[in-house]
Design a protein around this ligand. Structure first.
Ligand code: 5GP
Length: 119
């Protein structure tokens, strides 16, 4: 799938629409999900134009990959999530239930996250 420059996270990255920012560096942006599913529900996105994790693993440079994973880990640390545990999740495409076509990792925590997937 071609990257859609008008997706909502691209607009957030361009600062055309606001977000509740937690962390930003040259490679990643982290912000609170607008519709939190758990006490803590944060999204971490790379700044590069990648539609999903599959696209990212095929096209990202080693630096982009390293910096994205380091960014996710840094944000979980900022939120203190490692103490009691948390869940990282990334939806990919139609069957994955992805709504926004810009790669994002969800971080869920602050309480028991619950069962892994619907049956
Ligand atoms: P997906 O289903 O693509 O994995 O998840 C998209 C997530 O983006 C959803 O959890 C949804 O609540 C969140 N979201 C959608 N639009 C916005 C927005 O404008 N701002 C923020 N902060 N989150 C959004």
């Amino acid at each position: 799938m071609n990257y859609d420059k008008n997706n909502i996270f691209a607009k957030i990255l361009r600062k055309e629409i606001p977000c509740k920012k937690i962390y930003e560096n040259d490679h990643v942006l982290a912000f609170h999900d607008i519709n939190p599913q758990k006490k803590i529900h944060v999204l971490v996105i790379p700044k590069g134009e990648f539609t999903d994790f599959d696209d990212f693993t095929k096209r990202a440079t080693e630096i982009e990959m390293k910096e994205f994973l380091k960014g996710v880990s840094h944000v979980s640390g900022l939120l203190g999530l490692e103490k009691k545990g948390y869940r990282v999740l990334s939806n990919i495409g139609q069957d994955g239930g992805q709504e926004v076509p810009h790669l994002h990792f969800h971080l869920f925590g602050g309480e028991r996250v619950g069962k892994m997937v619907e049956k």
